[in-house]
Write a protein that binds this ligand. Structure first.
Ligand SMILES: NC(=O)c1ccc[n+]([C@@H]2O[C@H](COP(=O)([O-])OP(=O)(O)OC[C@H]3O[C@@H](n4cnc5c(N)ncnc54)[C@H](OP(=O)(O)O)[C@@H]3O)[C@@H](O)[C@H]2O)c1
Length: 303
């Protein structure tokens, strides 16, 4: 496949992820699972993201039980200008209440890397995030799924040495976990963080100090029922009207302005949302707006 080398400006500028400078706004592939019955649309959304300057796609083999990876393989092909980041620590669950289960043991991490290599049709994955369950939201590890970080990192480092993995990232981790494994070389941290979940400032500061990319998941609050959404917040809507931008752009621009090492991976299946999210890279929030958004109160959702 011909290279899709950048012909448009990088949305939001660039920051280094592993060894590569990528656009600060990328694409998260989790939402693609909503399009399992419309693979043509899923592939077209990905192609549109690439046309608009995305060169960093976040995925997992368990997103739609291999569906997201198959779509990425079709849309991206072998273009090594596009950085694909996947994750291990969880696998598809075909019979459970939710379609995913933890897979934390070292041999499970290796098996999941192999499945991702096959699903994406590559011999090496540029970045693999080790998805732990140290902090929420989401999984809680129990029984044989409670695994020490040292054992997991030994397997991740072995796979990096073998060339199956280019870089190692961590997800859903504490500051202690990061500090324990810093010397191994960590490319990024993915914890849930957004205007509606402004925690982990201490982790963000350590990442900034060490040149580690901060790649928050759920940058718009996610799509899970019961979690607050950035675009629903009265303060966000008010500021969006004042500045003539959309609520999602308020949330994404706040993240970009908050710390220069932040990379975004918002997920969408909607062309207008995709365009809007990438255009957030050109939005500059006023200092007044930023100070109103910092530490913004989030009304609790009706139960
Ligand atoms: N490391 C981890 O454990 C972990 C966990 C979860 C997710 N992730 C990664 O993080 C990425 C982002 O998380 P996410 O996709 O769950 O949540 P998100 O990006 O915070 O939000 C996605 C939700 O917001 C909606 N949305 C997107 N753009 C919008 C816009 N401009 N206006 C209004 N609504 C908009 C989407 O619906 P529409 O489709 O209708 O736009 C979807 O419902 C994922 O795709 C995945 O790659 C990683």
């Amino acid at each position: 496949m011909p290279s899709l080398t950048r012909t448009v400006p990088a949305p939001g500028g660039t920051y280094t992820l592993g060894q590569k400078d990528v656009a600060r706004i990328g694409y998260g592939a989790l939402q693609l699972r909503k399009l399992e019955s419309e693979p043509g649309k899923a592939e077209a959304i990905l192609r549109r993201a690439l046309e608009l300057g995305v060169d960093h796609i976040d995925t997992a083999e368990f997103y739609g039980n291999g569906f997201a990876n198959r779509m990425i393989r079709k849309a991206v092909g072998g273009d090594c200008e596009i950085l694909i980041a996947t994750k291990v620590g969880a696998d598809p669950e075909t019979n459970g209440k939710i379609p995913v289960k933890l897979a934390q043991r070292p041999e499970q991490l290796r098996a999941t890397v192999e499945r991702n290599l096959a699903g994406l049709g590559v011999e090496r994955i540029a970045l693999v995030n080790l998805r732990r369950a140290d902090v929420g939201p989401g999984f809680q590890a129990e029984g044989d799924q409670v695994v020490g970080i040292d054992d997991q990192m030994a397997e991740m480092i072995a796979m990096r040495t073998e060339g199956k993995i280019g870089n190692i990232g961590l997800s859903a981790v504490t500051l202690q976990t990061i500090e324990r494994v810093l010397s191994a070389g960590i490319a990024c941290i993915q914890n849930a963080y957004s205007l509606v979940a402004q925690e982990f400032e201490d982790l963000l500061a350590v990442c900034l100090e060490h040149g580690i990319a901060w790649v928050p998941f759920y940058p718009l609050g996610g799509a899970m029922p019961g979690l607050p959404k950035v675009t629903d917040q009265p303060k966000v809507i008010e500021i969006s009207k004042q500045l003539g931008i959309t609520p999602s752009q308020v949330g994404l621009a706040w993240l970009l302005q908050h710390s220069p090492n932040t990379l975004l991976i918002p997920g969408t299946t909607d062309y207008a949302h995709l365009q809007e999210n990438l255009a957030a890279g050109s939005v500059v929030l006023t200092p007044e707006a930023v100070s109103e958004l910092n530490g913004m109160a989030v009304p609790s959702l009706p139960s």
